[in-house]
Design a protein around this ligand. Structure first.
Ligand SMILES: Nc1nc2c(ncn2[C@@H]2O[C@H](COP(=O)(O)OP(=O)(O)OP(=O)(O)O)[C@@H](O)[C@H]2O)c(=O)[nH]1
Length: 365
């Protein structure tokens, strides 16, 4: 579950990063259009220096876009835009913009900042900007500061900006909380849709998908794989004699034992009722038979108990390699036939019988 969870979160994170990146591109285009327009207005109003400063910001925004198009570096794209916006707003506060309305653009910053960064970074950057604004407001005679604001304006500016910042913080915090809850919920559902509730193994549907994926890999790269269809012997008798709970306990204990024996890359699924399917990537028929035999002998020698009673548990299994089948359907049909043969031969055995020396130690059918 942990692996699947982190996988899911990575996928969501990747999607969100791509979305934010697209938004930044659109914002950059909008910023360029606004800067050109407002610059032109300033030019016609006779504020030539102001116009040139705004137009030079156009070049910086465009350069940031070009850099992103060249490198694809989303962190640099985001950092670049925030830096440009921060510098632009500092300039607008220090210069007053047109008719001392420059600081009004600052209201764009808090929502943008919280959305593009996180709550901590956003708050830190905002506090820094506040500090810059306080210095500019308090020391109008400083170099590069070419305007002065009335006390009323300063008080209202800070009061409204603080209100907006707190609101943005709260909204972004609840957006993030809802988003995290939604991601967790989606992951729980995804996990449940792939997992057998009783044993915690993959369920039939998940295994079918994995078989399809493994078959594609085999067709692409020639990597062989094998499967083993395992059935608990005379399981009905266990249910009948010891009760359904005992049967459930056996299914769980067998699953745990199987998981301990197979490799991490192998997949175990509950195929249905008391039937299990093992998918063994990069495994030959002989290796698969050896594994199945190991599992059979481990089960036969394990003491399964339920409420003090010993339960007679053994397994039979059919094994097949993709090298002997042309499709997943054929593979499943063949493995089913082998399982049937193992049962017919007296149960507690593996089929097909292998006569090689490697497998002669195995109690095969
Ligand atoms: N306790 C329990 N029993 C289950 C579950 N799923 C299926 N079964 C039982 O498994 C039994 C399977 O019985 P059969 O198909 O006759 O097979 P068997 O008794 O194992 O006999 P062979 O397969 O021929 O060795 C049935 O009684 C089902 O009710 C489950 O989730 N829990």
């Amino acid at each position: 579950m942990t692996d699947q969870t982190s996988c899911g979160q990575r996928a969501v994170g990747e999607r969100e990063d791509a979305q934010v990146s697209r938004l930044i591109t659109w914002l950059s285009v909008m910023a360029i259009a606004f800067l050109i327009g407002i610059g032109a207005k300033a030019w016609y109003a006779g504020h030539n220096t102001h116009a040139w400063v705004l137009w030079s910001f156009v070049l910086v925004v465009a350069a940031n876009m070009a850099w992103f198009a060249h490198t694809g570096d989303r962190t640099a794209q985001k950092g670049g835009l925030l830096l440009v916006v921060g510098l632009l707003f500092t300039y607008l506060i220090a210069s007053g913009g047109e008719s001392n309305t420059g600081p009004l653009w600052f209201y764009v910053f808090p929502p943008l900042l919280f959305y593009l960064t996180n709550l901590k970074t956003g708050t830190a950057v905002l506090l820094f900007c506040y500090l810059v604004a306080v210095i500019v407001f308090q020391f109008p005679g400083m170099p590069l500061v070419s305007t002065e604001y009335s006390t009323d304006f300063k008080i209202r500016f800070f009061a409204t900006l603080t209100f907006e910042s707190i609101l943005c913080f709260v909204l972004e915090a609840s957006r993030l909380k809802a988003r995290n809850e939604l991601v967790a919920l989606a992951e729980t559902h995804e996990h449940a849709a792939k997992t057998d509730e009783l044993t915690g193994l993959s369920n039939r549907r998940d295994m079918q998908n994995r078989l399809g994926a493994e078959f594609s890999r085999y067709r692409r790269s020639g990597h062989h794989f094998s499967i083993a269809l395992i059935d608990l012997d005379l399981f009905k008798a266990i249910n009948d004699r010891f009760g359904h709970d005992a049967g459930d306990a056996v299914l769980r204990e067998f699953s745990t034992l199987m998981k301990a024996i197979i490799r991490q890359t192998d997949v175990a699924a509950r195929w249905g009722g008391e039937e299990f399917l093992l998918l063994l990537p990069d495994t030959s028929l002989l290796q698969a038979l050896t594994l199945a035999e190991r599992l059979r002998s481990e089960v036969a020698s394990t003491r399964f108990q339920f409420r003090g009673a010993d339960l007679p548990v053994t397994i039979s299994a059919g094994v097949c390699s993709i090298a002997k089948a042309g499709s997943i359907d054929e593979l499943l049909k063949q493995v089913d036939v082998h399982l049937y043969n193992a049962k017919e031969a007296g149960r507690n055995r593996i089929a097909p019988r292998v006569r090689s020396r490697d497998a002669s130690t195995a109690g095969t059918a």
